[in-house]
Design a protein. Structure first.
Length: 114
């Protein structure tokens, strides 16, 4: 095998990994949007202004070799909703717990299939 042949194999491998990672990111972004919708639909508090519910956001990002899915509050009092009253108004962790097995299975299924 020549160096040129090895370069071709490595180039193909790099392109394949880039496609897989891009697909995984797209899938993770879809799951992040699903988590956001679930959290907004199941938030246990009664809205006063609607800001807290509107401020629930799901995001996916690429960080080095990882695809990360985040669900966050964008209001400054979100931490109080999550922690006060023994978590009576918490939505972030319940949303993750309700969906993590399905999301993990979907991501693993994608990675094995590509």
């Amino acid at each position: 095998m020549t160096i040129k042949g090895l370069d071709g194999v490595l180039g193909n491998l790099n392109r394949s990994m880039a496609r897989r990672t891009a697909g995984l990111y797209a899938l993770a972004n879809g799951y992040a949007q699903e988590l956001e919708a679930y959290a907004k639909a199941h938030a246990p508090w009664r809205d006063r202004t609607g800001n807290a519910r509107q401020g629930l956001k799901g995001r996916a990002s690429l960080e080095e070799a990882d695809v990360v899915i985040r669900l966050i509050h964008q209001v400054d009092y979100g931490i109080y909703l999550e922690k006060a009253r023994s978590g009576k108004y918490a939505i972030l962790k319940p949303t993750i717990n309700a969906n993590k097995a399905r999301i993990r299975a979907g991501l693993e299924r994608y990675w094995r299939a590509t």
